[in-house]
Design a protein around this ligand. Structure first.
Ligand code: HEM
Length: 127
């Protein structure tokens, strides 16, 4: 018996590991920067570092390598006054990217649950 048969593949492995996550994050930020309502948030942000952190975080969420070393999400977003609508818009872009890349539905659902669970850490405006 080889090692691959002993354990089910993680979501991270099923979607294609690091290259797939990197491609998803590239596409996500291309969309966010093309969205007139969201792009202004990223003015002045070090996008190389942000993408690196985002790849690490998503990999971790998908049971890949645990290497996220960025700030807590609440700490990173606290002064941005992100509205519920803006939050949902980012989530919709991420979901659309995963669909574009043919990520299996159960994995998209898992990501959706994580997005819901971190919403209170990211949303900062009352509307
Ligand atoms: C949907 C859930 C979200 C997740 C999982 C997430 C995740 C992250 C992560 C991991 C970082 C890097 C933190 C660090 O470098 O220490 C970050 C930074 C950032 N996020 Fe988010 N984010 C989310 C939603 C949003 C939304 C809705 C916006 C704006 C509309 C946003 C705007 C930003 C900006 C501008 C930064 C960079 C902050 C800086 O340069 O200091 N994020 N986010």
């Amino acid at each position: 018996m080889n090692a691959a048969e002993e354990q089910p593949m993680s979501p991270y492995e099923r979607i294609g590991g690091a290259p797939a996550v990197t491609e998803a994050v590239e596409r996500l930020y291309r969309r966010l920067l093309a969205d007139d309502e969201l792009a202004p948030f990223f003015t002045g942000t070090d996008l190389v570092q942000l993408k690196r952190h985002q790849v690490a975080l998503i990999s971790q969420v998908l049971d890949g390598p645990k290497s996220y070393a960025g700030r807590e999400l609440a700490e990173a977003h606290k002064s941005m006054d992100i509205s519920v609508g803006q939050y949902k818009a980012v989530g919709a872009h991420l979901t659309a990217v995963l669909e574009e890349l043919d990520v299996p539905r159960d994995i998209i659902d898992t990501v959706g649950q994580v997005l819901e669970s971190v919403a209170p850490d990211v949303i900062g405006a009352d509307d």
